[in-house]
Design a protein. Sequence first.
Length: 248
Amino acid sequence: MVYLKSPTEIELIRRSGRLASQTLDYAASFLKPGLTTKEVDKRVEEFIRDHKGIPATLGYNGFPASCCVSINEVVVHGIPGRRVIQEGDIVKLDVTTILGGYYGDTARTFLMEPVSPLARHLTETTYLALQMAIKTVRHGSRLGDIGEAIQTCVEKEGFSVVQEFVGHGVGIKFHEDPNVPHFGRAGTGLRLKKGMVFTIEPMINVGDWRVKILPDNWTAVTADGQLSAQFEHTLAVTHNGSEILTLS
């Protein structure tokens, strides 16, 4: 069941989303080759707690870290550890905060320069796909409009959309209805209504869209070992469009 948020609730999600985006801004200031992903996670957790927030992923269904750090072929849910960030890597950092009991969820892909032209093109296309999807969101539009916008944008560049993971509603829970596929056909699916709050978080692969889960039961990697990129925002549906609640 999709729960429509009141203006007061949207403001509380906005505050949490602002902290999540500020955390990524902070990460951008120190993220560089030579750091381990564990060091990144430690700094992210300290920043969130210093700003009176809670890192939502820590302990969520047993997840052992305060953020997800996913490098190159890792699509999502990368567990921070001893892996060292290298020049040429693309690093996906996914942060979810709890502030005042409400969740804010956002992710970005960072380029560890110098990167290959392919890595840059993939990352830029993924960001563009998210922006194209956001433009479709308004009261009365449909979930399929979001999926088609993303799929059209990335497939014309020869990339593929991961289908196993989707966006989701967010509010007083980490994951709420509706699920938001990043593929589909315009004019189909659930009709959007003012007050809906959900994430759009396309994961785009260079090669095949399929993924496999590593033995840790969290880390998802591309089935063919090729690169993957991701961007994510939390949005509130309005009558005239949408508001990005995790805008930097």
